[in-house]
Design a protein around this ligand. Sequence first.
Ligand SMILES: *[C@@H]1O[C@H](CO)[C@@H](O)[C@H](O)[C@H]1NC(C)=O
Ligand SMILES: *[C@@H]1O[C@H](CO)[C@@H](O)[C@H](O)[C@H]1NC(C)=O
Ligand SMILES: *[C@@H]1O[C@H](CO)[C@@H](O)[C@H](O)[C@H]1NC(C)=O
Ligand SMILES: *[C@@H]1O[C@H](CO)[C@@H](O)[C@H](O)[C@H]1NC(C)=O
Length: 443
Amino acid sequence: MLSKGYLGSLCLLLAIPVSESSPFGRLLERRSTFDKRTTLPSIDGSGLRTGIHFTANSACQIPSPDYGPMEHCPQSSVLVDPTLKHASTDGSYDTFTTIQAAIDSIPHNSRKWTILVMAGTYHEQLNVTRAGPLTILGQTYDPLDKAKNLVTVIGGTANYNSRYTDNAFTSTLTVAPNLNASLTGAGPTGFTPPDDTPFGNTDFRVYNMDFRNTEFDISNGPALAISISRANAGLYFCGFYSYQDTVYIGKLGNAYFYRNEIAGQTDFLYGFGTAWIAYSKLLMRSCGGGVTAWKGTNTTFENTYGVYISLTDVVAANSTIATSMVGRCALGRPWNYLHRSIFMDCYMDASIRPVGYIPWSSNAAWNQVVVPGQTLLGEYDSYGPGANLAGRAQTQTQNGVQIVVTTELTKSEVKEYSTPAKVFMDPNGKLTSTWIDTQFYPY
Ligand SMILES: *[C@@H]1O[C@H](CO)[C@@H](O)[C@H](O)[C@H]1NC(C)=O
Ligand SMILES: *[C@@H]1O[C@H](CO)[C@@H](O)[C@H](O)[C@H]1NC(C)=O
Ligand SMILES: *[C@@H]1O[C@H](CO)[C@@H](O)[C@H](O)[C@H]1NC(C)=O
Ligand SMILES: *[C@@H]1O[C@H](CO)[C@@H](O)[C@H](O)[C@H]1NC(C)=O
């Protein structure tokens, strides 16, 4: 089923230029040509794609007038079709009208399952507890262009005035083995689930889908678009849109975002686990808190929990608001003193504050102070109008003391964290990244 064109474009994927000055080795070029096609899908007069398939999933994802939607999907696939028009006539696959019904239909075993979601807008909150591998594919005519996604999930709420006992209830998409695993909790260490809490999904993937938490079109309490805890998740060519706390990666959560668009306003990347964001766009919808707010955890082993943002644009959501944001947005602030975040080789527009990161507040509680050597509010090789080495070196006031908050990492310091394989860990502290789709792993 794989055509020559597919192989040709894979070779193209691997042709990454090399330079001497980057910690990423092969990634010498800031904007490499990784996964840029020379063969664009051809679109016929009716707007339908014809021609070669260029990713492992594209034969299933791309609709065709010549065959049914499930014709080229993997074994063990189910369809989401709100109209039921494409339900199987021979019983070869099951069809559901909602994505959650499809998720719930899949047995809790270790077999890999796939869900194909037909183009459309779905008003749902999704919750995946299954441990076995699960892939959700959004139909699209162009799997390598997030801007052409045809599937949107709108759901979730905001935890304003603490109307819920926990932010976990607000998310558009949740992946966690059970409710306890997904709870944020409060205080320096957050909620600690009982010791016998299992690990959830070992290999969850979504391709070409947008998730929006739209209860309010402004920051009005935590409103998650994605919540990943005790699970491994790969998000490819997806969008996550909210205002406050858009992305939550909870305890023992691992999440890899490749060519995503993530929009938020206040502390919109937050959590306890590990997130890697690559070749993406972080859209600031205003300036509140910081872009990142992480809580580190003491473990018996040395851990690498944190948020790593690589080769990504950190920019105002649009040009209308950009002018009022100049010099106002902070790169992040320490949700606890073990916070770890690093922007690596990122483009930053003029919205970013000259000082970069900020203290949690000018009168920070003991557990939210910046502690040199323990708190890592890091940056390496930023560029663009928001990059400002002189500004980053300026001191700021924390509890009456002047401190430098942003750490400019050297090439050898950043090397420790320079690829996803060096930071994603299993619950025992063993490095693990085999759940990442190698088609979209340019490191
Ligand atoms: C997700 O589903 C599980 C199993 O039904 C449930 O216990 C849990 O509360 C749900 N999580 C959320 C955040 O609603
Ligand atoms: C959730 O955690 C609480 C507190 O540790 C515990 O009492 C409760 O039994 C747990 N619930 C489940 C379903 O495991
Ligand atoms: C720009 O972004 C702001 C904040 O998200 C939004 O309210 C506004 O509608 C956007 N304007 C345009 C022209 O898209
Ligand atoms: C981490 O461990 C130290 C030393 O035992 C302790 O003082 C601190 O409160 C712990 N911090 C967290 C966030 O658990």
